[in-house]
Ligand binder design. Structure first.
Ligand SMILES: C[S@@+](CC[C@H](N)C(=O)[O-])C[C@H]1O[C@@H](n2cnc3c(N)ncnc32)[C@H](O)[C@@H]1O
Length: 259
């Protein structure tokens, strides 16, 4: 048995298997939003902080011309390999979502699995929205999800689950909202993967900082950034799950439209 400590998001294959949870439903929802609210035909889509590409690859298979952006070279290399294996043409950028520039604007953008949590200050969040606004054509949508704490006083949460693919088993533990700083709203997230492959068990531990935003705060930051109109928000990946109807929302999925 070996225990390996790795940098952030440096085990893409295990991450992809562990988090292959609700991806199809998320992509169905994203497409419903494009159909319902985009003011332009959606052909080119940018997946911001695309990670191992669960949304990017599914959308590419559905016929969208996909671009992916991520700070992790390991993840970009992983997506490149998967896209090549499926014969899907994709454009990939190893860039920072706080300050990126594309060679040409796209019709829509997405940013999933609370990836905006990596933006730790109001300034970074505003810079991000401005970069996305520059990357989008007028009338194009920006769809993203953010986790919301269910409790402010005792928010820490830990989940464990197991996923199998072929002969590989990944037991994942994800801990969020550890050591919340109530002023900066920054906290620690931890991921542990116990991987069983060919009779060998390996353990990987990764952690990073994340920042929570509350719904009204998010709206204010979007307004401050400029360039977007607010369209709608949801607490789940179904169009009837409008955020205002939720009693204890754990996430918000936000739809913005480029002015
Ligand atoms: C929670 S993962 C989500 C990945 C993918 N969107 C998904 O749904 O599985 C967050 C991703 O954000 C990337 N990331 C973190 N900081 C970033 C930054 N400043 N710019 C671009 N990507 C970043 C990480 O490398 C990681 O792939």
């Amino acid at each position: 048995m070996t225990r390996t400590r790795k940098g952030e998001y440096s085990t893409p294959r295990y991450y992809e298997i562990a988090f292959d949870l609700n991806r199809k439903a998320e992509v169905d929802f994203i497409e419903s939003c494009f159909r319902r609210w985009s003011r332009r035909p959606v052909r080119q889509v940018l997946d911001i902080a695309c990670g191992t590409g669960p949304h990017l690859l599914r959308l590419a298979r559905r016929g969208y011309r996909m671009a992916g952006l991520d700070l992790s070279r390991d993840n970009i290399a992983y997506v490149r390999g998967r896209a090549a294996a499926f014969g899907l043409p994709v454009s990939l950028y190893c860039q920072d979502m706080r300050r990126f520039a594309l060679s040409a604007p796209v019709d829509a953008a997405i940013c999933m699995q609370d990836s905006q949590g990596h933006l730790l200050t109001n300034g970074e969040i505003v810079d991000h929205f401005r970069a996305v606004a520059r990357a989008l054509k007028p009338g194009g949508l920006y769809v993203f999800d953010r986790f919301i704490p269910s409790s402010w006083t005792n928010p820490a949460r830990r989940w464990s689950w197991t996923r199998r693919r072929g002969k590989l088993t990944v037991r994942a533990t994800f801990a969020a909202l550890e050591a919340v700083n109530p002023v900066t709203q920054v906290f620690r997230e931890e991921m542990d993967f116990e991987v069983l492959e060919n009779g060998t068990v390996k353990r990987y531990h990764q952690h990073h900082l994340s920042r929570m935003v509350f719904p009204q705060e998010l709206k204010a930051l979007v307004a401050l950034a400029g360039g977007f109109e607010f369209v709608q928000w949801f607490y789940g990946f179904k169009l009837q799950q409008v955020l205002e109807r939720a009693k204890h929302p754990l996430m918000m999925i936000v739809i913005l439209r480029r002015r």
